[in-house]
Write a protein that binds this ligand. Structure first.
Ligand code: ADP
Ligand code: NA
Length: 329
């Protein structure tokens, strides 16, 4: 069976983009693939972080997976730092990765800020760790949002570099799976920026644990333009906010963009936003409530993570032993 690896950083503020662009798709894949869903805490410490916040967010991400319907009996759910192979393989792969490849990564440029020399080595080598995450399990498919496509291409290049260096087709080249209609959910405050955990404006994103009132308020305040909703795709040109809200509606309603456009052709934003808020609350409400329940009594989540770590390590450890053997260690 083909194997999937994917993950989310426990950096707080899990949002609608993480749900529509990642977690919801995983639920639909879990019976057709051997699925490994990780909480990538080693990635989360590549930017300034706080230990208590990291611990809480780790459980929150696990709770989100479970509450959204990722079944821990079918999938391996675990915390990255509990399987040592991720760091160990990252070192081996880092030794094969030319700096020139890393210098091309746009996410580093965005996250490093203006003082590039002050950015951490971990932030710079983040894509090497991501390659290790995937290759450690010889995953064949990686469901990701558009934002991670460049990193996945690098993971393929690194896999190829390893295979060439050691003269064997050891790692399969992992395929990106860009799924669904919401592969890039944009900020509610600026339709040209992606919705992100790290956006300083809380009104830029809908968090998975927001209550109904907050969701409705954020959608009411979402930036729009003065025109009514268009009656065709062409009418969305240069209207990123309208496009984003319609795409969110379509994704939540599990319809395509054309159907959403047809439903609201010529409508005012105010009425559309009310419908969108109701829909968002009906989809996210039960998931957010279940997340809160799971996080309030974390023994269940912790037990799932412990079992997941064992299962992940059972796959990872023999691979790492083979890799070390090939390297001569
Ligand atoms: P963030 O970028 O919010 O910090 P992560 O880097 O942890 O989130 O990404 C976790 C997953 O969520 C990845 O698969 C990523 O592609 C997806 N994702 C993140 N933001 C969005 C978004 N705005 N729209 C769609 N998918 C997203
Ligand atoms: Na991301």
């Amino acid at each position: 069976m083909n194997r999937i690896f994917s993950g989310i950083q426990p950096t707080g503020n899990l949002h609608l983009g993480n749900y529509l662009g990642a977690i919801r798709n995983w639920v639909g894949l879990q019976h057709d693939y051997d699925c490994i869903f990780c909480i990538v805490d080693l990635h989360a410490i590549t930017l300034p972080q706080d230990p208590a916040g990291l611990r809480a967010s780790t459980r929150e991400v696990a709770a989100a997976y479970i509450a959204a319907g990722v079944d821990p009996d079918h999938c391996t759910i675990f915390n990255q730092s509990t399987v040592a192979g991720h760091s160990q393989l990252a070192w081996v792969l880092g030794c094969l990765t030319p700096l020139g490849w890393l210098n091309r990564m746009t996410q580093f440029k965005e996250k490093a800020g203006k003082q590039k020399d002050m950015a951490g080595l971990g932030l710079y080598s983040y894509p090497v760790l991501m390659a290790a995450d995937i290759l450690l399990y010889k995953a064949t498919h990686v469901p990701v949002g558009e934002d991670q496509k460049q990193h996945l291409e690098l993971a393929r290049d690194i896999a190829g570099a390893f295979n060439r260096a050691y003269g064997v087709e050891y790692f399969p080249l992992p395929e990106p799976q860009i799924l669904g209609t919401a592969t890039r959910v944009m900020s509610l405050r600026d339709g040209t920026k992606k919705m992100s955990k790290s956006d300083p404006s809380d009104y830029s994103r809908i968090n998975m644990t927001d209550d109904a009132e907050t969701v409705a308020l954020k959608i009411r305040r979402a930036k729009t333009d003065p025109l009514p909703l268009p009656d065709s795709v062409e009418g969305l040109a240069d209207r990123p906010e309208a496009e984003n809200l319609l795409d969110i509606y379509a994704a939540l309603a599990s319809i395509d963009r054309d159907a959403a456009i047809a439903e609201f052709a010529g409508a005012q934003f105010s009425g559309f936003k009310e419908k969108l808020a109701d829909l968002a609350v009906s989809v996210l409400g039960p998931i957010g409530a279940e997340m809160k329940r799971l996080v309030a009594a974390p023994d269940h989540v912790d037990a799932i993570l412990a079992r997941g770590a064992e299962r992940a390590n059972a796959v990872a450890a023999p691979h790492l032993a083979e890799i070390y053997e090939m390297v001569g260690m």
